[in-house]
Design a binder for this molecule. Structure first.
Ligand SMILES: Cc1cc2nc3c(=O)[nH]c(=O)nc-3n(C[C@H](O)[C@H](O)[C@H](O)COP(=O)(O)OP(=O)(O)OC[C@H]3O[C@@H](n4cnc5c(N)ncnc54)[C@H](O)[C@@H]3O)c2cc1C
Length: 386
């Protein structure tokens, strides 16, 4: 396992950090206030060729691994772009992995170059209001009517749907299969607003990257937009989960580091009782603990990435990394707010925004409870509890 970044990875980190420096804290604070989608930022990422970092070269990508993609997303969140910067581009970076792995050559030719160049904007629609984390029970249906599939049902939390012209959608194509998972199919298709009503959810943070309820009422999907075989869609999604966990973990370490730096900077500068508050151990220790926890989570994330890129099983490490990084980032953001005292609550110091945004990946796409249940079952051979 490589513990240090390679020269290439260091260059990725520096180049992405340079790009992100053009979009400083004031840019993200303004987007958090006005809720405008950070399109200039996405365009800059696409123009410099970063969207396709982990996509195959033959379709316009760079053909690099999850380790390099993790390095890139970490540089984004660490810059102060926080979860908004990551979420704005996440689906372009890795979301179309099921197409890369299970799509036909024709589908890849048609879809991948356009997502890499950002001519297409996609969203990812899995979660439903009435099934929650029990995702194999999804109810949205795609029924074949002789000419096309017709989608009926409701999704929730679909991020970036307001801007998207494409949707990666999972829906039930067959009822009453022995295992519910076997009735689910995966599509990448046009998000046709004549048949899909999109209602934004007013949420705690990341105002500029929308998350939505989507109501499908007979949306047509042509046969050629089915990915792989009918009934295998959920298994295709599972294939990409470890990589998604790794990228989220890396992004959370970046966000945690960013908050920690602000906390330490403030602790050095702020004087109360005639000395810097950072001279007090009760201020130092939580910051130091956060440093240790973030760097430990980072090692787990890079260990998982190394295993993923070298074709090894990495479910335990990827899940552990997501869990550790999300918890460490949350502690780091909370500590940064507390270190700022009352000013931690003021928007101009940014740490309250980091704290609001870091909550997202504690909750989603999988909760700490379910990760711990997974680890208990897979690492400790305890009975399955969900
Ligand atoms: C900002 C944001 C953006 C999102 N973007 C997307 C997106 O783009 N696309 C998409 O498809 N989804 C998206 N999601 C949805 C997200 O993936 C889900 O919210 C998440 O999977 C949790 O599902 P749920 O909210 O239905 O929670 P529930 O399933 O209702 O769970 C609620 C709580 O109960 C706990 N719980 C449930 N069952 C058990 C059990 N057996 N044992 C222990 N605890 C249990 C959970 O851990 C959780 O704490 C987003 C969510 C947010 C907040």
């Amino acid at each position: 396992m490589a513990l240090e970044l390679t020269e290439e990875q260091r260059q990725i980190k520096e180049s992405v950090a340079r790009l992100c420096a053009r979009f400083g804290d004031d840019y993200w604070l303004a987007r958090d206030t006005d809720g405008e989608f950070p399109e200039e930022f996405c365009k800059a990422i696409a123009d410099e060729g970063w969207m396709g970092i982990a996509m195959p070269e033959e379709y316009g990508g760079s053909g690099l691994g999850i380790t390099e993609a993790a390095t890139m997303v970490q540089a984004i969140t660490e810059s102060g772009a926080a979860n908004a910067g990551f979420a704005a581009i996440a689906i372009n970076i890795f979301g179309l992995n099921p197409v890369v792995v299970f799509g036909t050559d024709e589908q890849k030719q048609k879809w991948l170059p356009r997502i890499i160049s950002r001519e297409d904007v996609a969203c990812f629609s899995v979660t439903e209001p009435n099934t929650g984390l029990d995702t194999t029970r999804l109810k949205t249906k795609a029924v074949w009517d002789g000419e096309c599939y017709r989608v009926h049902g409701q999704k929730i939390w679909t991020s970036t749907a307001l801007r998207a012209n494409k949707v990666l959608l999972i829906a039930r194509t067959k009822e009453d299969t022995e295992k519910p998972i076997d009735g689910l199919s995966l599509f990448y298709t046009d998000l046709d607003r004549n048949y899909a009503e999109i209602r934004p959810i007013d949420k705690m943070g990341r105002k500029c990257v929308d998350s939505n309820q989507v109501f499908f009422d007979g949306m047509p999907i042509p046969k050629e937009d089915l990915i792989g075989e009918e009934g295998k869609g959920f298994r295709y999604l599972l294939h990409g989960l470890n990589a998604e966990r790794i990228l989220i973990a890396a992004s959370m370490v970046g966000l945690g580091r960013c908050a920690l730096k602000r906390g330490a900077d403030y602790a050095r500068e702020r004087e109360v009782f005639g000395r810097p508050i950072g001279m007090n151990q009760s201020i130092q220790h939580p910051l130091a603990e956060s440093w240790a926890e973030l760097e430990a989570a980072n090692l787990m994330a890079y260990n998982a990435a190394h295993k993923y890129d070298s074709g090894q099983e990495c479910g335990l490490e990827a899940n552990a990394a997501k869990y550790l990084a999300a918890e460490a980032a949350h502690k780091s953001c909370t500590t940064a707010v507390m270190t700022h005292g009352g000013m931690g609550y003021a928007k101009e110091y940014h740490v309250e925004r980091y704290l609001r945004e870091c909550m997202i990946h504690r909750l989603a796409p999988i909760s700490p409870q379910l990760i711990l249940s997974y680890l208990a079952e897979r690492a400790l051979d305890l009975p399955k509890s969900y």
